[in-house]
Design a protein around this ligand. Structure first.
Ligand SMILES: *Cc1c(COP(=O)(O)O)cnc(C)c1O
Length: 948
């Protein structure tokens, strides 16, 4: 018998974490370094990263294994207490249908997808988001809806801004219903203050002077349960040319008259209770709908219907010219990452239940509230309001704390309202025995199920909703499963191929990191549950904060922002508050011309005047121009916003000087942290002169992109800014930028697990390999394409920009053609035409294996060869595989009159023979979609036509 010898050096735990997360094997890295002519990985890094910027100490925590990480997460989870929360205030218990939990929420085909900028590989999620928009438009009774916003409170703030932009009133005040959720009122105040708008909070039926405001927002039902008809106040607002916003609970709208029927111009709200777990505050999809007239001013992304090159129906993102990446400081908002995955879940909840199912759920929720109200009234309590949907308020007098305690002992969280009242919000998930316990807490007797209604008679909904066939055809789980599978199969996500998106860091979202997100101890916690029930979260957040501080060199972190752009906004507000506290009025923000579009859009949102700074030919900030503009701004200089490494993917050597110049004029440095994947363990933004940065946890720290959200964009700040970070009403503070205290806490176990498993050295290694992989690609593509912008050593950082403009001249091949041809090769295109028009920005990340890098390189080289064939006349200038890309299965059948073969069309290098990814549509016509704007599900007849 042969004895196998075990060599213990192969897979020590440290190596294991690395080998799992890091794509290239040690041997492959040697090969890659060989191609680059580098002695070693460290020698390469020494060449790429300027020595004087390197951090002194290494990140020092030890790595742990997957199993250990799960154990740590379990221990922390166990410190959270899952009670039944009847707190309401915008967050409700809900039942996530298991078929949706497993097939969407826990399915990498959905959660690892990128934002659907390339429509041909995004038809599945685009359809799901179109369903979402249709659902929202129907329920709100308005004409057009977007594909989600970050949370209800920011949606309310966006609605205020939309009302100001789109309305004709010249007033400078905004009215807020005193029955709006407290966090909504606070976020609106935060948004209004820098823009010089007054916020008037009051009773819409007593305090609202329509002439004095450009708009008003009403909560429906109100935070304490009242259901008012706002039709008359809305009519008065319209007489005064002001716009009306209604913040509405979508489940209530299944029974109640819609905001559109009351005349509202805009509706916003949260779709959390459509099957999306509480998650201690998020992520959930907020919605916005508006009248057709305001669609061009609406923030966020809108999915529209267009046609492909064959005239078949195809979906795409519509009206993109409104967005920040085009309009910059004139953009309608800074919303980039939103909540696509959660919007998909909510839409599937509606697809699964259909209108009758939703109505039944809403009725049951209402009847639970009636059952509680009846029982409490029977023992002498005063219950308000007289008519309600799901929320009631009970006057308990002095012994309130005793009742609250008894409720917790009975496993129930209730809400404190005023000094002597208790709020109770019922939901789909509450069990009958919990209702009985609740009633017993108040000394009442549960009368059992009731058929009684206490809805306001005049507000009972008469209009139909969700009439479209999509909400009627998938009742059976077998069909539902297949529908979600069909849509997922139309999309190209990370579970199929690398997504080499420059600046967006589409790295591995490890399964083990994702698992805790579904645990009830993380997912079933109400954001405003008592702090002791969130002790596990507190511990997790504290440790993650400490690690993020160690990584960035900052002193404090705010977890509030739900996206990178929201982090920019929060960071600039922090800077603003700092200047203000020192009695300084500063209003100028210097932003280099190559900055991400969200930078100027965010600056504009906090009332800063954007001054654009030039870049040099090499893509660096033009230091002379920067100095001149800083001097010109003088004591008006509030901040500069820079990105490091630069958006051109270069470690600029002048970064310290840029910071020094800014500081010399009293300004603060905002460093956009989207490229932190090139810095972790090597360079700390807080050490090179920056004062504040956002960290895109959905880029560098493994939170999946979800097809356009969720995200987390916490900000790190130096000590002097810490006291100016956003506060939150739930902790007695103000100045919030998000509805929930810690943004979307249920995502944080992902980033924490990543940091724990990698250890400090593993994270540093990841950065180095990300840089190695980018340089390997740049080197291998050299000669075939020009690689734009390199550092002084001739290297790129963690991404590289390749120039496809010469192909336009030599062969008529556009950057679009290259991007679409890559689909045939089995890839998602790199970032297109940003930061330089006509180029592709490639970021491979550390987690792509060398084989995948090589497959991509082969694809790019073959595209270059096809362009060459056009140049030398072997391929036709118009009728060639690049111009017709992507090819679909339709191209395999029927007549074929093209001068190139079907084989070449469909199976170019990189494409798998067996596991070929087939785009479901040919090239999508963008102009057609905007000319013929359709943003809800097309009518039934079109489905019939398509089937013929
Ligand atoms: C991704 C990105 C942002 C915006 O982040 P979101 O989370 O999408 O809002 C800002 N700046 C840069 C450079 C980015 O790459």
């Amino acid at each position: 018998m042969r004895v196998m010898r075990y060599t213990p050096t192969d897979y020590a735990p440290y190596d294991f974490a690395n080998r799992r997360h890091i794509g290239p094997s040690p041997a492959e890295m040697e090969e890659m370094l060989g191609v680059l002519g580098a002695e070693s990985l460290d020698a390469l890094i020494a060449d790429v990263v300027p020595a004087d910027l390197r951090q002194g100490e290494e990140l020092d925590w030890a790595p742990i294994s997957e199993q250990e990480a799960l154990k740590r997460l379990r221990a922390v989870a166990d410190k959270n207490t899952v009670l039944t929360s009847l707190i309401g205030q915008g967050y409700h218990g809900t039942v996530t249908p298991p078929v949706i939990q497993r097939n969407i929420f826990e399915n990498p085909a959905w959660y690892t997808a990128y934002t659907p900028y390339q429509p041909e590989i995004s038809q599945g999620r685009l359809e799901a988001l179109l369903n979402y928009q249709t659902m929202i438009a129907d329920l709100t009774g308005l004409e057009i809806a977007n594909a989600s916003l970050l949370d209800e409170a920011t949606a309310a703030a966006e609605a205020m801004a939309l009302a100001q932009r789109a309305g004709k009133s010249k007033a400078t005040a905004f009215f807020v219903d005193h029955h709006c959720h407290p966090q909504t009122i606070d976020v609106i105040r935060t948004r209004a203050e820098p823009l010089g708008w007054d916020v008037i909070v009051g009773d819409p039926f007593a305090d609202l002077d329509p002439e004095a405001v450009f708009g008003a927002i009403f909560q429906y039902p109100g935070t304490y349960g009242h259901c008012h008809d706002f039709s008359e106040v809305i009519a008065k607002l319209h007489d005064a040319k002001a716009l009306a916003v209604v913040a509405a609970d979508p489940l209530a709208l299944c029974l109640l008259k819609s905001p559109g029927e009351m005349g509202a111009d805009i509706a916003i709200g949260n779709t959390q209770r459509f099957g999306v777990p509480l998650g201690a505050g998020g992520p959930h999809a907020a919605y916005m709908a508006c009248r057709d007239a305001y669609k061009r001013s609406m923030p966020g992304r809108i999915v529209g219907v267009s046609v492909d090159a064959r005239g078949n129906r195809a979906y795409r993102l519509a009206l993109q010219t409104r967005e920040q990446h085009i309009r910059r400081e004139k953009a309608t908002s800074n919303v980039c990452t939103a909540q696509a995955l959660l919007a998909v879940m909510a839409s599937m909840y509606a697809v699964f239940h259909g209108p009758a199912g939703l109505r039944a759920i809403a009725q049951r929720v209402h009847q639970k509230a009636v059952r509680v109200a009846d029982a409490l009234e029977a023992v002498g309590y005063t219950v308000e309001p007289g008519t309600f949907f799901d929320t009631i308020t009970v006057e308990v007098g002095a012994p309130r704390e005793a009742v609250m305690r008894a409720a917790v002992e009975a496993g129930l969280n209730l809400r404190r309202v005023g000094e002597t009242k208790i709020g109770i919000a019922l939901d789909e998930a509450v069990w009958p025995e919990e209702i009985a316990r609740l009633i017993a807490v108040f000394g009442g007797v549960d009368g059992g199920e009731t058929d009684a209604y206490r809805l306001p008679e005049a507000l009972i909904r008469q209009s139909e909703y969700l009439t479209h066939p999509i909400f009627h055809q998938n009742r059976a789980e077998a069909e539902m499963t297949r529908y979600m599978r069909r849509l997922a199969d139309r999309d190209l996500a990370l579970d199929r191929a690398m997504i080499p998106l420059g600046s967006c860091t589409m790295k591995l979202n490890a399964t083990v990191e994702m698992m805790p997100v579904s645990w009830p101890e993380f997912s079933a916690i109400h954001p405003f549950a008592p702090a002791d029930q969130r002790a596990g979260y507190a511990e997790l957040i504290e440790d993650l904060n400490a690690k993020l501080c160690a990584i960035t060199g900052y002193d404090a972190i705010s977890m509030q922002p739900n996206s990178g752009a929201q982090g920019e906004y929060a960071g600039l507000l922090t800077i603003r508050a700092y200047h203000k506290a020192r009695g300084e009025e500063r209003d100028i923000c210097l932003i280099p011309v190559n900055a991400h579009g969200t930078n100027p859009a965010s600056a504009q949102m906090v009332g800063l005047k954007v001054v654009v700074v030039k870049c040099t030919e090499r893509g660096d900030i033009d230091l002379d121009d920067f100095r001149a503009k800083a001097e010109e701004a003088g004591d008006r200089l509030a901040a500069c916003m820079i990105t490091y490494p630069s958006t051109h993917g270069v470690f600029e050597e002048t970064v310290r000087e840029v910071c020094e110049i800014t500081h010399a004029h009293g300004g603060q440095v905002y460093l956009d942290g989207a490229n932190l994947n090139a810095m972790v363990g090597l360079v700390k933004p807080g050490e090179i002169g920056a004062d504040v940065s956002h960290l895109n946890l959905h880029k560098t720290f493994c939170i999946p992109h979800g097809g356009g959200g969720p995200g987390m964009g916490p900000i790190g700040v130096k000590a002097h800014l810490a006291e100016h970070l956003p506060g939150h009403v739930s902790e007695g503070g103000s100045g919030a930028v998000s509805a929930a205290t810690f943004g979307s806490p249920s995502l944080l176990p992902i980033s924490w697990a990543y940091c724990l498993m990698m250890g400090g050295a593993g994270l540093t290694q990841a950065t180095k390999v990300a840089i190695l992989s980018a340089n390997y690609i740049a080197k291998r593509l050299e000669g075939a394409f020009d690689v734009l912008y390199r550092g002084s050593s001739g290297h790129v950082a963690h991404e590289c920009i390749i120039d496809t403009r010469p192909l336009k001249e030599s062969a008529g091949v556009t950057v679009d053609d290259v991007a679409k041809r890559l689909i045939d090769n089995g890839f998602h295109a790199p970032t297109m035409s940003w930061p330089v028009a006509g180029t592709l920005m490639i970021e491979p990340t550390e987690s792509e294996p060398k084989a995948e890098l090589d497959r991509f390189i082969a694809a790019m080289l073959s595209i270059r060869e096809e362009a060459r064939a056009i140049e030398d006349g072997t391929l036709d200038r118009e009728n060639n595989p690049l111009a017709h890309a992507p090819h679909t299965m339709e191209d395999l059948v029927g007549d074929w009159d093209r001068p190139y073969s079907r084989e070449q069309a469909c199976f170019p290098p990189g494409a798998f023979r067996v596991d070929k990814y087939w785009a479901p549509v040919n090239r999508v016509d963008n102009a057609y979609g905007d000319r013929n704007l359709v943003c809800s599900c097309p009518p039934l007849e079109e489905y019939l036509e398509a089937a013929e």
